[in-house]
Design a protein around this ligand. Structure first.
Ligand SMILES: *[C@@H]1O[C@H](CO)[C@@H](O)[C@H](O)[C@H]1NC(C)=O
Length: 161
């Protein structure tokens, strides 16, 4: 066994500008990895754990709204809309700030939906969802920036004999 990080980049490593449409998920950006998806999944399967950073920086642009309308999300390799943002377990709705007490009454910092730059970010860590293959946002008559990090995998099992 040997350990170390394997970093797989994709075609959208730069910060993405989200603008110009209003409906939930109306802004769509597909993400392509430099290796075939089967190779990427095989790496994930062979690794002890993997993670992928995701961030939304917002100015008057929400991710969830009070009342539970999902506006922006990541899409898993199986084409499933993820209800959780970075730093939150699969199946839980919203962003990490709910659990740190930083966004009382809201699911995400961006849900303040005000004229202040805010951010929701963290690592997605559920290997069964990784990597993210699409980003979707809405409420983008305000401004937003999306960042999706490389897929990082650790503890790759190798035959060293
Ligand atoms: C990865 O693991 C999943 C779940 O165990 C399995 O269904 C899938 O076939 C594996 N894929 C590859 C490419 O190894």
């Amino acid at each position: 066994m040997s350990t170390g990080a394997t970093i797989l980049q994709h075609d959208s490593m730069a910060r993405l500008t989200v603008e110009g449409c209003q409906g939930a998920g109306c802004w769509i950006h597909d993400v392509t990895y430099h290796q075939p998806i089967d190779f990427v999944v095989a790496l994930i399967n062979a690794s002890a754990w993997c993670r992928q950073f995701i961030q939304y920086e917002c100015f008057g642009s929400a991710l969830w709204r009070k009342g539970g309308n999902h506006i922006g999300w990541a899409v898993s390799r199986d084409n499933e809309r993820l209800t959780n943002w970075g730093g939150v377990d699969t199946g839980t709705e919203g962003c990490q700030c709910q659990f740190t007490g930083d966004c009382p009454g809201l699911k995400c910092n961006c849900d303040a939906n005000d004229e202040v730059w805010r951010s929701d970010e963290g690592f997605l860590t559920d290997s069964t969802n990784l990597p993210v293959i699409r980003l979707q946002f809405g409420d983008a008559n305000g401004q937003g920036y999306a960042t999706l990090g490389a897929l990082e995998c650790y503890g790759l099992a190798k035959n060293d004999s």
